[in-house]
Design a protein around this ligand. Structure first.
Ligand SMILES: Nc1ncnc2c1ncn2[C@@H]1O[C@H](COP(=O)(O)OP(=O)(O)O)[C@@H](O)[C@H]1O
Ligand SMILES: [Mg+2]
Length: 361
């Protein structure tokens, strides 16, 4: 099912300001849409509006073109998975999964088929007659998913469903969710604050901040063409380096002149209207290279080296005190206190307008 949000706004009663503002979005049938953003930006509020659990202050929500603003949750053909799982503790796994279908007075045979089919694909058949308290957190999470699956909804709504799991299990469940989505092909709207979950699972990422969409698009667009400084900083680990400066004679230059960058021709054209203005340049930590074979290079002092195995993270400092984070392969040798020359390819640069924060090139 296709989900369309038109000029959606939400103002909670008793609050001065809108929590959600002017959200416009088209989530295509079979999309895996991840709504991403920092805590408190309004992700849960928006998801609950789509579910029908929050009223809509402004705008329209359409399911396959039909306005559903005032349709009650049970008639929306959706199933929701919460972070807390919200399983009934006194019921078996089987009964938890069967519950919504029993409430609908579905035939016993159909219920049994659906529960077993879901349990099979989630590999929880062995626990069907256990109570939630007798299974692990990861298994409980599967039960919560199974309970949503048996309803065969047109849309899955998931609110941080993996955040109570430990790191290893979360990684595992990410892949399982993607597999599940491939086989069920059900439109999914998934809320998380975790950029890795968004980048690995989404066909469409919607990054929000402060109740407003910052960028919506494919994962690679977020990495390669962040729409503004907030997006650039939110996606990518370690965080992108942002350096402030001005445009002078078509070049980017820091106030003290220590770092001067000649942009590539294409960027130069974009920067031409910024002559004399304050802009920032962004360089991802993994785009620096050791040595001085690059045209654009700089000397720095290494403060701290973090060894992560496959990569080393270097915290370095230019002579003007500007801090830089550089990621290099783990087998390269760097030590605290050393001086080094690093360079970068000018194709690696992102330019931003300092007044608006918006991307220039
Ligand atoms: N029922 C409510 N009444 C009033 N304010 C609320 C309510 N629920 C959430 N909020 C506020 O709305 C903002 C967004 O919250 P939420 O949607 O839960 O964000 P997120 O899920 O991105 O962490 C927060 O400032 C929160 O305090
Ligand atoms: Mg939330």
């Amino acid at each position: 099912m296709k989900v369309t949000l038109k000029n959606i706004g939400k103002k909670y009663e008793g609050r001065e300001e809108f929590t959600i503002r002017n959200i416009n979005l088209e989530i295509e049938d079979q999309d895996f849409c991840v709504i991403l953003g920092p805590s408190g930006c309004g992700k849960t509020t928006l998801l609950r509006m789509i579910a029908g659990l929050n009223s809509v202050t402004e705008g329209d929500i359409l399911f396959d073109g039909r306005r559903i603003n005032t349709v009650p949750p049970k008639d929306r053909d959706i199933a929701m998975v919460f972070q807390s799982y919200a399983l009934y503790p006194h019921m078996t796994v089987y009964d938890n999964m069967a519950f919504s279908l029993s409430m609908r007075k579905e035939r016993k045979k159909i219920i049994d088929e659906r529960v077993r089919e879901a349990a099979e694909s989630l590999q929880i058949t062995d626990y069907l007659y256990s109570k939630p308290s007798d299974i692990s957190g990861g298994q409980r999470q599967r039960v919560a998913l199974g309970r949503a699956m048996v309803r065969k909804p047109k849309v899955f709504l998931m609110d941080e469903p993996l955040s109570n799991l430990d790191a290893k299990l979360r990684e595992h469940m990410r892949v399982e969710l993607v597999r599940l989505h491939k086989s069920l092909e059900t439109t999914t709207i998934y809320v998380t604050h975790d950029q890795t979950e968004a980048m690995t699972m989404a066909s469409l990422i919607v990054l929000m901040n402060d109740g407003v969409i910052q960028q919506a698009g494919k994962p690679e667009e977020f990495y390669n063409k962040p729409a503004n400084i907030f997006v650039a900083r939110f996606i990518g680990s370690p965080t992108i380096n942002i350096i402030e400066g001005t445009v002078k004679d078509g070049k980017f230059i820091t106030p003290d002149g220590i770092l001067s960058i000649t942009p590539c021709l294409e960027d130069k054209e974009c920067l031409s209207s910024y002559e004399g203005k304050s802009i920032s340049v962004g360089i991802r930590p993994e785009r620096f290279e050791s040595g001085d074979h690059h045209l654009d290079k700089f000397d720095c002092t290494i403060d701290v080296v973090e060894m992560l195995g496959k990569e080393k993270i270097i915290y370095a400092r230019l002579d003007n005190g500007q801090e830089l984070v550089i990621s290099t392969p783990g087998h390269y040798n760097y030590n605290d206190g050393e001086r080094h020359t690093f360079g970068f390819d000018i194709s690696a640069l992102h330019f931003f307008d300092n007044d608006t924060g918006l991307r220039i090139n």
